[in-house]
Design a protein around this ligand. Sequence first.
Ligand code: SAM
Ligand code: SF4
Length: 325
Amino acid sequence: MRDQFNREIEYARISVTDRCNLRCRYCMPASGVVKLPHDEILRIEEIIRVADMLARLGTRKVRLTGGEPLLRKNLPTLIRELKSLRGIEQVTLTTNGVLLERLAEDLITSGLDGINVSLDTLDAREFEKITRRGIFAEVHRGIQFLFDVGFRNVKLNCVPLRGVNEDNVIALAALAKNHDVKVRFIELMPFGCASQSGLIGMTSAEIISKLENHFGKLIPDTSSKFLQGPAKYFSIKNFVGQVGFIDALAHKFCGSCNRIRLTAEGFLKSCLCYDTGADVKKLLRSGASDEEILAVMRETIYRKPFEHSFGVAAGDARQMYQVGG
Ligand code: SAM
Ligand code: SF4
């Protein structure tokens, strides 16, 4: 369906848990994380019911996220059920990759269409500095597994941070030389922990300049791909894969935003920046009919805010791990 600004809302990011096995500095506090009680988290059947209603309202693509989505039990079942919903054309996942080696085969068999792995560096020490956990080897093996089985549609997402992983962007981009992978650089957003972390994000322009100094000219990919989203992609001579850039601050893409979010606790969130939305779990658990819930969801989507105000006003007390990115 279209919102009040005539944007087609067709992409749902569904968070399946607020738990995580890493503690990335820009996303979660080191300690004192308050976890949702289990019964406050949507059950698999509830997620499927909401996703079905979202599909009826025009959602075509679902991305599972978290917290760390691979910590959620029965994920392959959820993927299979989502894939069978009428109207849903793509089900993808964003993961930190820690459990990927163990679980990827089942996820792929269940019909997953794409996997984004968040990876800020290929340097084990830098990895530990950023994530506060020394388990880079697991993530590396998980990504290698995806390469080995030839899984199509792998993206690696890096948040470049000044003085932390800024030199490793070359090694990360170099993965796209021999592998059909998109290595994407995502601007740090001043959201929750990131604002207090003292970390400074780097702009796409800075990364492009670094990559061009090393690899030569980046060639813009102007072909329009299905539900590609806000990333701008570039090819590099003699590279099989591509590099991409997402900069929500430097280049606001709110005018073409097609997203709606469902948090693990069942809140339908209409913009990453604000707390606007609807408590769908309350409706689900109070016996509301599909028609009643659809009416609330329709209203929430229609009233989606026009644009974020990151850097100007803090609109939501939730942290990134509680929303799903
Ligand atoms: N745990 C999974 C992962 O890390 O991929 C999924 C959830 S995580 C919240 C989703 C994405 O949000 C990750 O790629 C992470 O790098 C990104 N992220 C978290 N906090 C961020 C911030 N302040 N600015 C930009 N990206 C952020
Ligand atoms: Fe966990 Fe992902 Fe947040 Fe890192 S970015 S703390 S892996 S939810």
